[in-house]
Design a protein around this ligand. Structure first.
Ligand code: NDP
Length: 239
């Protein structure tokens, strides 16, 4: 029986490539995007609307899933952009938190029922996996690495990923007894609309690494990977 993966933000970029990759691997892919029209050319098992910044949309999406077991949830959808001191606004700071941090947390909460059904049906006791696509820019320790650059000087985007890393760690403890592994993962600097032209990694390189990490996590019965912040190349990052 094919396993089921839910991926957010599959209209373009890394999310789109992840969806194509899991379709090619024979998974039941539930592809989501803000508008289903954006998924017209994707050959997914199911295509559903999901705006991760809207509680209403998350609720409607979870209702549409019903009792479908979900073995893998990839919280990929996110917004990017740089800002700088002097032009910060409360609205923008909150908008990033809502989409990049609260979004993945609330989607995970809404799909707990489906994740638990999948975990209970794994007779081999393998875990189900939630991947939160984060960013190394969210690492407080690595502020020193990026500090002098334009993106390092940003506030809203990195802090939203810092919050996502915290939520991921907290979720890893909350869900340990349910055999649900939660992994915050940086995809690397990838050539997408967000990553920009000339970024060092092609989308397929990042997706290959993310997929290898997920393969390991899906058979990690002891949940040793849960709550551990890694990048696409399986290098440990520091929150
Ligand atoms: P893109 O900008 O290419 O794609 C972003 C995707 O997220 C789009 O599908 C977009 O949909 C979707 N999205 C944005 N807001 C929402 C929302 N409210 N609800 C649902 N979907 C939404 O970015 P990438 O593919 O590069 O980024 C994917 C993830 O990887 C993000 O979380 C990003 O922060 C992370 N990342 C990317 C890096 C990079 O170098 N590219 C580096 C580190 C992390 P729509 O088409 O409707 O706008």
């Amino acid at each position: 029986m094919s396993k089921t993966v839910v991926i957010t933000g599959t209209s373009r970029g890394i999310g789109r490539a992840l969806a194509e990759n899991y379709i090619a691997r024979g998974w039941n892919v539930i592809a989501t995007a803000r508008t289903v029209d954006a998924l017209a050319t994707l050959n997914a098992h199911q295509k559903l609307a999901l705006d991760v910044s809207s509680e209403e949309s998350i609720k409607t999406f979870a209702t549409a899933l019903g009792n479908t077991p979900v073995h893998l949830l990839i919280n990929n959808a996110g917004i990017g952009g740089a800002d700088s001191l002097g032009t910060l606004t409360q609205g923008e700071l909150v908008r990033f938190q809502i989409t990049n941090a609260a979004g993945p947390l609330l989607v995970t909460q809404a799909l707990l029922h489906n994740l638990k059904i999948a975990a209970a049906s794994n007779l081999d006791k393998n875990p189900v996996v939630v991947v939160n696509i984060s960013s190394q820019l969210g690492s407080i320790k690595d502020v020193d690495v990026f500090g002098a650059t334009e993106i390092g000087g940003s506030f809203a985007y990195p802090a939203s990923k810092t919050a996502l890393n915290y939520y991921s760690k907290a979720l890893s403890y909350a869900l340990k007894n349910d055999a649900i592994s939660v992994i915050p993962m940086c995809p690397g600097h990838v050539e997408t609309d967000m990553g920009g032209v000339g970024a060092p990694l092609k989308v397929h390189e990042s997706v290959a690494g993310i997929t290898e990490n997920i393969e390991r996590a899906l058979v990690d019965k002891e949940l040793t990977m849960s709550g551990v912040y890694i990048n696409y190349a399986n290098q440990k990052l520091s929150c």
